[in-house]
Design a protein around this ligand. Structure first.
Ligand code: FAD
Ligand code: THG
Length: 811
């Protein structure tokens, strides 16, 4: 049995010890530099509000597990979880509309919740000022975690199974040998270990740095204050229960509230981000204040205190009595950080975890360590999800500070970062700006969403009868009707798409074919010039990615993937006779697609581009005019044409060449919104959104990419059982209906599934969406989708909705 050392006895470390020992890993030692179990870390003073509902299905599942687990914990001093319920109130129309969206997430992720009128809110929470609020969202199972008690209770369970907890034991360094951890250096000497899990809270980044690992978190101060006695609370709660009113969020003012018997606790995110310089922290953990508590800065709290009294007038006769600036971790995208160090086997991290998600994160980490794969999809929290640029200290600081500012903001699903823009641009960037590109940001890249230069085309098409349905205020943000014209023109004429941000690797060497064959579900060991669409599965048969593999030589492949986690997955299993290289940055790509694509490109090319000479899903290394290119006859938008790759220095020349050659054919540059709607029409999935490691190929409708007759491949043995849920295409009835993703789907009166992605289809004049639905769902079944409180009817459609005969592509 492996020897496990867990660094940190906060809520994460203790929960992890419990989960590991429950799975038979009983040789667990948990070390903490502080005393047990009030260690001095963030857990020691967390007020413990647990609101389960989150836009992320995974984070919501983590929270649900925490509620379930803590609710069953036993501690001699009393409860570890008090399900007082959660109430989020709206004081602005925007928030009120957004609470409808939140209610949709709760429904979709299986959390009981209900929207309340202002009067009902006051019934739940009589201290609220009725006139301040428009309504609220109530979740009865939310509540308070007594974090230190929950930590201790979990530690006791772990101890009963053999775990050891050592206070006042500080890890000073990690011991390693031959690419594996072998132990930790502590102030009490070396402790041997086969597995070390860093659950050191906001200290974790420093520790990980010692072993060459970037854990992108920023310790940030956050204000928490307790008032003196509140008359209106006197007699409501016992010392034991502490609270009876729902935990409360007033997100319009960045505030939250809970009762402490007859006092009120108020947390505020309304102040400026206050990143903490770790070198200034106290090292002593024993006394008060703790190293994770900084002195209260009263001036930062003044506006919060004012707003708190507006919402809860009963606070007016009280004062702030105890307050501090507490420290906990923020990350660039708000998600936790989990996984194993790639270069140092056995070194794991479980960092930037709220109390809310702690038990869920611990369970998934324990499964990952013991079984090799977590039972739920954790890609949003994966240690290796970050692009290189996102690991720079500057990026981490700026984006984590932004995450603090936005923690309670209403975030549109297409809203993109404002800071640190322009970091990754394709060679076509200047041309795109000239065409009035509206840029979205993704993975650090500037990506045109649509081009203002196509406004005239849009007007012309509209005059000719193309429908441009008006959108509501919410869905028309980060959107333009021009995208409808761009999509239409891709189906009718020809368009150029910047595909440079599509992550691609060169996989080469004597063992390349065998390696890719082992890693993927489809047969990729085909002739030079072949292109194969295939899947990467984990050991449980879950989809880790969908990729294309182009064979450019006997031992050379170009593999186009979904992002950094694919590099990580390949790297971990890379044999010595294979070289893996990310070539995204040094190359670029233009997708030229549409019925006129061949007319436009053939005159530039010395090779025959006819349907028979250059078949669908084939690759060719050739020239366009004088420019060396690799062409793939692949089209994520489902049209005739090619992905045309070249190295970066030819990029601008390639763009100009194609733009000029396309002029007689009316070529346009088209953006991501058109691209997305076209791929949805065509039935193509987007990994991470439509399907994840939670799903096997059959469920996601991707069985066609799995060759069960092939020799062994990763995940093959786990494929089998018929899925309970399947991914289906639905088409809305009302042309004005929209969905943006994560909406609940209803049938027979109950919620049966959820939308993943959606786009307005210029081809059918309706929004088309993907949704996870029960396996027995039939074509033509009617479902209802709740879009921010509005119900839209949709019909389950056969796939793909557009061009099932493939006649548009294969011509
Ligand atoms: P910690 O509790 O900090 O535990 C890490 C442990 O590692 C510490 O005990 C530390 O002593 C130990 N350690 C560090 N370095 C070493 C070393 N080198 N050797 C040995 N031991 C080491 N979350 C919610 O869900 N709901 C809330 O309402 C909430 N409110 C909060 C309010 C405030 C004011 C603050 C500050 C945080 C709040 N949080 C809340 C966040 C929550 O407290 C933290 O995210 C959570 O407690 C982190 O738990 P942890 O186990 O990762 O870290
Ligand atoms: N282009 C390339 N690689 C990619 C993508 C891409 N890799 C990542 C991601 N996008 C993968 N997604 C898809 C999804 C569908 C298709 C291609 C990439 C596709 N599917 C054909 C179909 O289903 O009809 C496959 C047919 C077949 O297997 O023969 O084209 O955009 N280079």
């Amino acid at each position: 049995m492996p020897k496990v050392v867990v660094i940190g006895a906060g809520i994460v470390g203790t929960s992890l010890a419990d989960e590991l020992t429950a799975r038979g890993y009983t040789d667990v030692t948990v070390l903490d530099r502080g005393p047990l179990f009030t260690t001095g870390g963030s857990t020691s003073h967390a007020p413990g509000l647990v609101f389960q509902t989150n836009p992320s299905k995974t984070m919501s599942a983590f929270a649900r597990y925490t509620v379930e687990k803590f609710g069953a914990l036993e501690h001699p001093d009393g409860w570890a979880f008090n399900a007082v319920g959660g109430l989020e109130i709206a004081t602005t129309p925007e928030r009120w509309a957004d609470l409808h969206r939140k209610a949709g997430w709760a429904e979709a992720w299986g959390i009981d919740g209900r929207l309340l009128t202002a009067t009902e809110c006051v019934e739940k929470h009589p201290l609220l000022d009725r006139d301040s609020i428009l309504g609220g969202f109530h979740t009865p199972a939310d509540g308070l975690a007594k974090a230190v008690r929950a930590a201790e209770a979990q530690a006791r369970q772990a101890q009963a199974r053999g775990a050891t907890f050592r206070p006042h034991t500080e890890v000073l360094g990690i011991v390693e040998s031959g690419g594996r951890v072998t132990g930790v250096h502590t102030n009490a000497g070396v402790i041997d270990a086969d597995i070390v899990v860093c659950a050191a809270g906001f200290w974790g980044a420093q520790l990980a740095k010692q072993v060459g690992l970037v854990v992108p978190l920023v310790p940030m101060a956050h204000q928490y204050a307790r008032t003196g006695q509140i008359g209106a609370l006197v007699g409501r709660n016992t010392e034991l229960s502490e609270a009876g009113l729902p935990i409360l969020r007033h997100q319009d003012q960045d505030l939250y509230f809970r009762e402490h018997v007859d006092r009120m606790g108020i947390g505020s995110y309304s102040h400026k981000p206050m990143p903490v310089d770790m070198s200034t922290l106290m090292s002593d953990t024993a006394g008060e204040p703790m190293p994770s508590m900084l002195p209260f800065t009263e001036e930062d709290f003044a506006p919060a205190w004012h707003e708190a009294r507006e919402l809860i007038p009963a606070l007016g006769d009280s004062k702030v009595e105890e307050a501090f600036n507490g420290i906990f971790s923020f990350t660039p995208d708000g998600f936790s950080i989990m996984g194993e160090h790639r270069e140092l086997a056995g070194f794991w991290v479980a960092e930037a975890v709220w109390v809310t998600h702690s038990a869920g994160v611990a369970k998934a980490t324990a499964e990952w360590i013991v079984d090799g794969t977590p039972s739920i999809d954790v890609h949003e929290c994966d240690l290796y999800r970050f692009e290189d640029v996102a690991r720079s200290p500057e990026f981490i600081m700026q984006t984590s500070s932004q995450a603090f500012i936005e923690v309670y903001d209403i975030i549109h699903p297409n809203q993109f970062r404002a800071a640190l823009r322009g970091l990754r641009t394709s060679p076509f960037y200047e041309r795109q700006k000239e065409l009035g590109a509206y840029f979205f940001e993704g993975a650090g890249w500037e990506r045109p969403a649509w081009f203002e230069a196509n406004a005239e085309l849009a007007q012309r098409l509209h005059a000719d009868g193309l429908a441009f349905q008006d959108r509501d205020d919410w869905s028309s943000q980060f959107w333009s009707p021009i995208s409808i014209a761009e999509a239409h023109w891709t189906r009718e004429g020809v368009a150029m798409y910047d595909m440079t941000p599509l992550t691609r690797y060169e996989v080469s060497g004597a063992g390349a074919a065998a390696f890719l064959q082992q890693m993927t579900t489809n047969n990729v060991d085909k002739s030079v010039g072949s292109v194969t669409y295939t899947l990467l599965l984990d050991e449980t048969g879950g989809i880790r990615s969908d990729i294309t593999v182009a064979r450019l030589g006997p031992n050379a492949f170009q593999v186009a993937v979904n992002g950094p986690m694919d590099f990580d997955w390949f790297s971990r299993q890379l044999p010595d006779d294979v070289t893996l290289r990310d070539i995204t940055g040094g190359t670029c790509c233009i997708g030229v697609w549409g019925p006129l694509a061949r007319d436009m490109v053939q005159p530039l090319c010395p090779d025959n581009l006819s349907h028979d000479a250059f078949k669908y899903f084939r690759a060719k290394q050739t020239y366009l005019d004088a420019i060396p290119v690799t062409m793939l006859r692949v089209s994520y938008v489902g049209e005739l044409g090619w992905e045309i790759y070249t190295s970066a220095e030819y990029g601008a020349a390639l763009w100009d060449l194609l733009a000029e050659a396309g002029q007689p054919h009316g070529v346009i540059a088209a953006g991501r919104i058109a691209f997305n709607s076209l791929r949805i029409e065509k039935g193509y999935r987007l990994w991470g959104t439509d399907m994840t490691a939670e799903h096997q190929p059959a469920a996601a409708g991707l069985d066609f990419a799995v060759r069960m007759t092939k020799d062994d491949f990763v995940g093959k043995a786990a494929l089998g059982d018929p899925p309970p849920m399947v991914l289906r295409s639905i088409v809305f009835g009302d042309p004005a209906a929209v969905a943006l993703g994560k909406e609940p789907v209803y049938a027979d009166g109950g919620c049966v599934g959820y939308v993943t992605s959606a786009g307005y289809s210029a081809t059918v004049g309706r929004t088309i969406a993907y949704a996870w639905l029960p396996a027995e769902t039939q074509v033509d079944d009617i479902v209802t989708v709740d879009y921010r409180g509005t119900r839209f009817t949709a019909v389950v459609h056969a796939e793909p909705v557009v061009d099932p005969e493939m006649s548009r592509i294969k011509r």
